[in-house]
Design a binder for this molecule. Structure first.
Ligand code: SAH
Length: 504
């Protein structure tokens, strides 16, 4: 048996982008991940990317004492490694900053288990950074101290010398201790730190829901209490806090604070979600539809006779990918389509074709079937010609009907079906019911129907929708939804622009 190994990996403060490349590589290849409550589920899901990894949640459960849990965790790491497993011990922030990572390393060392440490971005630096506060700054702070506001005698911590910290004059960053903040503040004031020293508390730093409360040493504890700040939160004390007024950036992004449900097929959701997140939105992905390929036999038959067709028409990225998969299975490449004209609906479809070395002959101006029929009606090479149309079973009949009206002979081959995916629906439903969603994006009329089916008609009406175009808007209205945003062109980019414009 190959010997196991444990990697003590810092997950960063929450934003999945702040996991290190090394951390991501290890998560992409480990057998087991042992993690606790500070590790974001979203980060875990994105780094594991659907891999079948054994997950061990070792976060706090009611009733158990800190040190008993810590011993259990250490025993678990040793046991897994002795079983020959590659284990990632994933800890919030940096494993060695108030994370008991040192104790875990000691336990592994004394058990003779190989281990490595992958540092992470610690909350005490990332939190202030995302609040627009540099922990050091020329003229404002030449030193920074990281301290815990929560001294646990059980952990054998030596008492903090608040007097020394009060006199040091540098930036003070406090981990933990939302509850103990009033005591720490009193101690610092009693030891002579100026009452008007600027201070800030950053709750859920680097998450889209990040909140920042500011004040002075004299007021910050009350302000935090009034704002009902809860863990996890970082407190920062010192003149550097004033810089926030000038260089706060996170909360100024165009969609900061917006909570948006994205309903698309999983594979296509990523570009829309990524763009919305980049602009500051919190995205609740709801893979309302999932693409399920059908028996490829009929498509294989059609491709074997592809020279009989004058036209190949593709109406979605999914269709392009499935046709290519089938071509590969039949040992064909782009040359097989050398004599076939190709039409595509939608820029994403055209781009997918380009990725396979094919520039479509016709891409209609508007990305709907009606527009393609119109464009083809202006050509003299459609009447009497044979058209291959591989597409979803549940697509509308506008295109085949329109083509037949133009005198074409159309073979429709059903290659995939879109099905309801319960995954994610429950989460979106709960947030909608709690009134925690500002907008729902709909990228097609079928997503509108699936959305309503997935969360229920009444819940679906809890938030307005952003629709990708008039056909989708009409479908949404017919379902009783309120269309607050409609994209001018049926593209993801235009949809995002329209959402930002509404916000302004
Ligand atoms: N190893 C971690 C710290 C663990 S101690 C690190 O390096 O960041 C837990 C404390 O970290 C919390 O009580 C809080 O003070 C801080 N913390 C961790 N993540 C945080 C976040 N996203 N926002 C604010 N504080 C956070």
């Amino acid at each position: 048996m190959t010997p196991g190994i444990v990697y003590l990996v810092g997950a960063g403060p929450g934003d999945p982008g702040l996991l290190t490349i090394r951390g991501r590589e290890l998560l992409a290849s480990c057998d087991d991940v042992v993690y606790d409550a500070l590790v974001s589920e979203e980060l875990l899901a994105s780094a594991l990317n659907g891999r079948d990894v054994r997950r061990h949640f070792v976060g706090k459960r009611g009733g158990d004492t800190g040190s008993a849990r810590q011993q259990e965790i250490e025993a678990l790491l040793v046991r897994l490694a002795r079983d020959g497993r590659r284990v990632v011990r994933l800890k919030g922030g940096d494993p060695f900053v108030f994370g008991r990572g040192g104790e875990e390393a000691q336990a592994l060392a004394s058990a003779g288990i190989p281990f490595e440490v992958v540092p992470g971005v610690t909350a005490g630096i990332a939190g202030p950074a995302y609040a627009g506060i540099p922990v050091t700054h020329r003229g404002a702070a030449t030193a920074v101290t990281f301290a815990t506001g929560h001294e646990d005698p059980e952990k054998g911590e030596r008492a903090t010398d608040w007097g020394a910290l009060a006199r040091s004059g540098g930036t003070l960053v406090l981990y933990m201790g939302v509850r103990t903040l009033p005591d720490v503040v009193s101690a610092l004031l009693a030891e002579g730190r100026a009452a008007d020293t600027p201070a800030a508390v950053i709750e859920r730093a680097t998450y889209p829901s990040q909140r920042v409360v500011t004040g002075t040493l004299a007021t910050i504890a009350d302000r935090a209490r009034e704002a009902a700040v809860t863990a996890p939160a970082i407190t920062i004390i010192g003149d550097v806090v004033l810089l926030r007024e000038e260089i706060e950036w996170f909360e100024r992004r165009p969609l900061a604070g917006q909570r948006i449900v994205v309903t698309r097929a999983r594979a296509q959701a990523s570009s829309l979600s990524a763009r919305l997140r980049e602009l500051g939105a919190e995205v609740v992905e709801m893979p309302a539809i999932r693409v399920e390929p059908l028996d490829p036999g009929p498509l294989y038959d059609a491709l074997d006779r592809v020279n009989d067709y004058d036209w190949l028409m593709l109406t979605s990225q999914n269709a392009v990918e499935l046709v290519w998969r089938a071509m590969r299975a039949r040992a064909l490449d782009a040359r097989a389509l050398g004599h076939t004209r190709i039409a595509a609906i939608g820029r994403a479809t055209a781009d997918a074709l380009l990725d396979h070395g094919i520039a479509p002959d016709v891409v209609p101006e508007r990305f709907v079937a009606e527009s393609l029929v119109e464009a083809l009606g202006r050509r003299d090479d459609v009447e009497g010609r044979r058209v291959l149309l591989p597409r979803a079973t549940d697509a509308r009949d506008v295109l085949p009907d329109g083509l037949r009206a133009l005198g074409a002979r159309v073979d429709v081959v059903s290659i995939y079906r879109t099905v309801l995916d319960g995954d994610g629906a429950a989460r979106a439903r709960d947030r909608l019911r709690a009134g925690e969603i500002d907008l729902v994006t709909l990228s097609s009329s079928s997503t509108a129907r699936f959305f309503v089916d997935a969360v229920g008609a009444e819940t679906a009406r809890a938030a307005p929708v952003a629709s990708i175009g008039p056909v989708t808007s009409a479908a949404a209205r017919a379902l009783g939804l309120t269309v607050a945003v409609e994209s001018e062109a049926s593209t993801i980019a235009a949809l995002v622009d329209a959402i930002v414009a509404r916000r302004r």
